[in-house]
Write a protein that binds this ligand. Structure first.
Ligand code: UDP
Length: 349
């Protein structure tokens, strides 16, 4: 029997790709479009606004959900430094509200979007789920706090089954070219910026630091195809409905899922210059570079240990950086202004 899944933030970059994979996988999906600034009715859910937080009015929760995937949240690191309360309100209070409503309706299965940002500046790579955690900005702190809140909620009521997914660096787009990433304003992340240079919207990529102790001096990250990442959520949902796990770090023992955390990455580190070269090959475009100093707060080298997700969720990334760049270029060349238009310089009407 197909399952009903509520997806918050279902119109965002990762959310939209996950909704598509869910539908292809036979799930029934109800999508909430973000947590900020919207009042809307989707099906029979009435969403009203309290401050910056959307509430799912309880009397309208008429569909029985088997699980919730909670993507909605703010994610710009720089903005979080300037407006910490906005981030705590939206991300932390928004999640608490969601958890309250879920509990009130007896839906206690949650998949939450955490981030590799909780590893801070890792002393050792690959990052395993046991690596030390630290937050280096308010955005990262909201992810850490929400992880802890989820652990406490499970501890208080073991009926809760929660999977926290720590995303590494999602890039690429759906191979159809119909959906992809379309950030507002100047992109903070590497690949959306590269993409905008390739389509002529920006003159050059600024490379933040070429004096790191890495293969070519530029920062190293674990880039993961957004479709692989989306599939990681399907694997997590499967685990919530079949909660017995063979433990990766103790293969002779089993556990029943409680509140469990998994890295979603490829396990491979790629430098900024390697990523740019791969995108140039995929697009046939030259990406002009401007070398600059390090960006404040940036880690040198971050990549995932994938062992736990492979063993316990039976999931692993299928695509490499060639496919990531191919699919991102396919999306970019079909939609150079994203979901917007040249007149609006990419801003949606
Ligand atoms: N980066 C860069 N120029 C940019 C954006 C990012 O050189 O315009 C570098 C950044 O310093 C880091 C890597 O690209 O080494 C990935 O940055 P991103 O912001 O995408 O991810 P994060 O640093 O959050 O992992």
């Amino acid at each position: 029997m197909s399952k009903n899944i509520l997806v918050t933030g279902g119109a965002g970059y990762i959310g939209s790709h996950t909704v598509l994979q869910l539908l292809l996988g036979g799930y029934k999906v109800i999508k909430m479009v973000g947590i900020v600034g919207i009042s809307l009715i989707i099906d029979k859910l009435l969403l009203v606004q309290r401050g910056n937080t959307l509430i799912i009015k309880q009397s309208y929760w008429v569909v029985r959900f088997d699980a919730v995937i909670h993507f909605a949240g703010l994610k710009a690191v720089g903005e979080s430094v300037e407006k910490p309360l906005l981030y705590y309100d939206n991300n932390v209070i928004g999640t608490i509200t969601l958890l309250e409503v879920m509990a009130a309706h007896g839906c206690k299965n949650l998949v939450f979007s955490s981030s590799a940002t909780v590893y801070g500046w890792p002393k050792e790579v690959p990052c395993t789920e046991e690596s030390p955690l630290s937050a280096v900005n308010p955005y990262g702190r909201t992810k850490l706090f929400i992880e802890e809140i989820c652990r406490d909620v499970h501890h208080s009521d073991p009926e809760w089954k929660i999977i926290l997914l720590r995303y590494f660096n999602p890039v690429g787009a759906h191979p159809s070219g119909h959906i992809g990433e379309d950030p507002r304003g100047i992109p903070n992340n590497l690949m959306p910026f590269v993409q905008q240079v390739a389509v002529g919207r920006r003159p050059a990529l600024t490379v933040f630091g070429n004096d790191y102790a890495t293969k070519d001096g530029t920062g190293v990250r674990d880039y993961i195809h957004v479709v692989d990442l989306a599939d990681g959520h399907i694997a997590a949902l499967r685990k919530l409905s079949d909660p017995k796990i063979e433990l990766a770090f103790n293969p002779t023992s089993y556990a029943i899922i409680g509140c469990e955390v998994y890295n979603l990455g490829t396990g491979k580190g790629t430098s900024v210059l390697e990523m740019v070269a791969a995108f140039e090959r995929a697009s046939g475009k030259k990406i002009p570079l401007v070398m600059a100093g390090r960006r404040a707060g940036d880690a040198e080298i971050v990549y995932a240990s994938t062992k736990k997700a492979e063993c316990e969720l039976d999931w692993r990334a299928r695509y490499g950086i060639e496919e990531m760049c191919r699919d991102q270029w396919n999306w970019a060349s079909k939609n150079p202004y994203g979901y917007g238009s040249p007149e609006s310089n990419g801003v949606m009407k």
